[in-house]
Write a protein that binds this ligand. Sequence first.
Ligand SMILES: [Zn+2]
Ligand SMILES: [Zn+2]
Length: 237
Amino acid sequence: MATRGVVTELAPGIHALGHGKGGHVHAFLIDDGNELSLVDTLFEDDARLVLAAIRGLGRSVTDLKRIALTHGHRSHLGGLAALKRASGAKVYAHEWEADIVSGDRRAQAVTILPKQSLRLMPFQLGLWLNRPKHDPCPPDDTLDDGDAFGPLQVLHAAGHSPGHLAFWWPERRFLIAGDAVATWPELCAGWTAFNLNLQQHHESLRRMAALEPAIVGVGHGDPITQDAAERVHRLAA
Ligand SMILES: [Zn+2]
Ligand SMILES: [Zn+2]
């Protein structure tokens, strides 16, 4: 089985996994030297890139101990059920996204009018039609602001969606901004049509900028590795 996509080590223990599908969606595999933690699961439902990345580290899939979802949008949920089956990892989401992840509620629809780039229209339409569906997987537990997720700290960064989470690794100055920031098709404060609550969204951006991150992983597009804090400050302004 061919593996499509790219795995990049951004800093010791931080691996960005990206493929072209799902709007150049990215997931982040965190290696604390002992256990593996994963934030988001890419679009493809067989999780092949995540499994290949774990093998590439010389690790076993059962070293993956925990999986967190930034939020319940389809592009981020693809490999979840397959990874749960393969690893037995504990699955976490914010309580306001958990019933979307479990398949019991659909994500709130967004406009199908063009807002930013025509390249985003298929994703707007997909959310509107709730297609394609993901393979449901009920979270084992919830995460909220201030919780620990492996070596990462959890931020409740609402706005893009009500239970949207971000993650911060203080020792690495590494932020996973989820869909609060995107770099595809261009650097922006998340995809305009998808941000449900703009006031919360801007407050979340200000909180994330104040962390002064050195590296920012985003849900869609390549991670920001240059002038990261300055760029997030500009988006938050
Ligand atoms: Zn999203
Ligand atoms: Zn997304």
